[in-house]
Design a protein around this ligand. Structure first.
Ligand SMILES: Cc1cc2nc3c(=O)[nH]c(=O)nc-3n(C[C@H](O)[C@H](O)[C@H](O)COP(=O)(O)OP(=O)(O)OC[C@H]3O[C@@H](n4cnc5c(N)ncnc54)[C@H](O)[C@@H]3O)c2cc1C
Length: 460
């Protein structure tokens, strides 16, 4: 009698022993993906309970850093938040920073840097900075709970993804000019892919045109919702363009570095998110008219835009999910404190109707999501970003949707105050809701996970 598939994999006693890939240099990890042993293991990993994909503890090296991050947030970030936001009202130009805002921010950044709490997001970098994805997942969860915390550690989107691209595929000149100031926290950056006129969830559609003219790329097109491009500190955009319309569909796009002050780069407006423009960082609608950049500004080479996306989008997506777990924790904390201390119909709100179950479900789902995110982070460490993409898509499909619901329930238990300026819940909800599109809509990630399930049975 044959065993069901799941049981079979648990009983595979003769499975070959494999080296611990998480301790290997990145080049060796990549090499493993063509290795037959590794391919065999990959097939069974989801059900293989002794796989190192289930070893999800924070390393001993990261534990003191985690404690130091919590201390930094309590001592250097939380005390500046109120003043930082109040200064918004005193600005004359929405699309600038108040000098005191920058002073507060730089002060907190300097303290973090001096304590070595800097650039944790970049695993296996040549510069030696960065933690494993797994260790960073624990820290990013803490960062997600408090606005500004990520930026004070130089761990904010979209810079983290952009820095990782420059670190992995940039030329020495590109690194010197753009990666160095980004790693130092001196400038900020944007990632410009989405276009208003076509469905950008399928990046093969991207049609902003780049044509080689002498020694320059000449770029024409329009992008929108380009986060951070309104920030006066944003100096560089990694821009997805179509350079090779006659090539195979996945080889038509390239990514090019476009300095924001290049003539022809025109910011048309800030796009809104539920009526908020998030100035001065913003999500900008940008027109490129005969924008000329040197041909050396191309990343990796012509037609290699999709290869770069594989480097960039894995980390970007999982960082969002890590921070979202922190936001879910914050929402649950607020929900519990409010519902337990406010009385209606003779009882604390927590004890009315099904509210206790709502609280219970939020805890259960946060715990489940946390484990899934940690495992996806571990998969990136062990398998490499490309091979871990199904794990990453799984959490990107699940986390924003579920965290949105938890925040919505916290709002509901607060009554009107839940959508007011008195709690962070409304802005947390907007943030999580936008994540259901940004870096790929839920449905596209479900497509990746669903397709992989069918492939297991040779049905795709
Ligand atoms: C606040 C915010 C910030 C953003 N920041 C950036 C940024 O910095 N840089 C950048 O380039 N972009 C950014 N974006 C844009 C975001 O990445 C895109 O909105 C996203 O990729 C989807 O593209 P689209 O809006 O063109 O939707 P479309 O591609 O038109 O898709 C619309 C809908 O179609 C459905 N759909 C699509 N594919 C499938 C499928 N395979 N199966 C089933 N249904 C499907 C989904 O419901 C999807 O939401 C941001 C967006 C927001 C809201």
């Amino acid at each position: 009698m044959s065993l069901p598939l799941f049981t079979q994999s648990l009983h595979t006693a003769t499975k070959p022993a494999l080296p611990n890939a998480c301790c290997m240099p990145r080049s060796q990890v990549k090499q493993m993906s063509s290795n037959k042993q590794y391919q065999e293991r990959k097939m069974s990993e989801a059900t293989d309970l002794d796989s190192d994909l289930f070893e999800l503890a924070m390393s001993a090296k990261a534990q003191p850093l985690m404690d130091a991050v919590k201390k930094h947030i309590a001592e250097n970030v939380e005390p500046i938040i109120e003043e930082f936001h109040a200064l918004e009202e005193q600005k004359t130009d929405r699309w600038s920073w108040h000098p005191r805002q920058l002073e507060l921010l730089e002060g907190a950044k300097n303290k973090a840097k001096e304590s070595g709490l800097w650039n944790f997001f970049l695993p296996d970098s040549d510069t030696g900075e960065g933690l494993s994805n797994l260790d960073y997942a624990y820290i990013a969860t803490e960062l997600g709970k408090v606005p500004l915390a990520s930026e004070t550690l130089n761990c904010s989107a979209p810079d983290t993804g952009n820095m990782e691209v420059l670190e992995r595929v940039g030329t020495p000149e590109q690194k010197e000019k753009w990666l160095k100031p980004l790693l130092n926290g001196e400038i900020r950056s944007a990632y410009a892919m989405t276009e208003p006129g076509l469905p950008s969830s399928d990046a093969k559609n991207i049609s902003t045109q780049a044509v080689l003219d002498g020694d320059d790329w000449v770029i024409n097109g329009e992008k929108f919702y380009i986060s951070g491009a309104g920030d006066p500190r944003c100096k560089i955009m990694i821009t997805m363009v179509r350079t090779s319309p006659d090539a195979a569909p996945s080889k038509q796009q390239s990514q090019i570095l476009v300095p924001t002050d290049t003539p022809g780069v025109e910011i048309l407006e800030g796009m809104q998110v539920f009526g908020q423009d998030h100035a001065p960082r913003g999500h900008m609608h940008i027109r490129f008219t005969d924008v000329r950049v040197p041909k050396e500004n191309i990343l990796l080479g012509e037609g290699r835009g999709f290869e770069i996306s594989q480097v960039r989008l894995g980390p970007g997506r999982i960082h969002h999910c890590m921070r979202s777990i922190g936001k879910a924790e914050k929402a649950l904390e607020l929900m519990v404190k409010r519902a337990a201390t406010r009385t209606a119909f003779g009882k604390p709100i927590a004890k009315l109707g099904k509210n206790l179950e709502v609280i219970s479900r939020a805890r259960i789902e946060i715990n489940a999501m946390r484990l899934a995110v940690l495992q996806a982070a571990k998969a990136m460490d062990v398998l490499g970003n490309k091979e871990a993409r199904v794990y990453v898509s799984a959490v990107k499909a699940m986390v924003p949707e579920k965290v949105c619901l938890i925040i919505d329930q916290a709002i509901q238990m607060h009554g009107a105050a839940g959508i007011s300026q008195w709690t962070p819940l409304a802005s947390m909800y907007a943030d999580l809701r936008h994540l259901r599109f940004a870096d790929g809509p839920d449905e596209v990630h479900h497509m990746v996970v669903g397709r992989s399930e069918l492939q297991k049975y040779d049905l795709w």
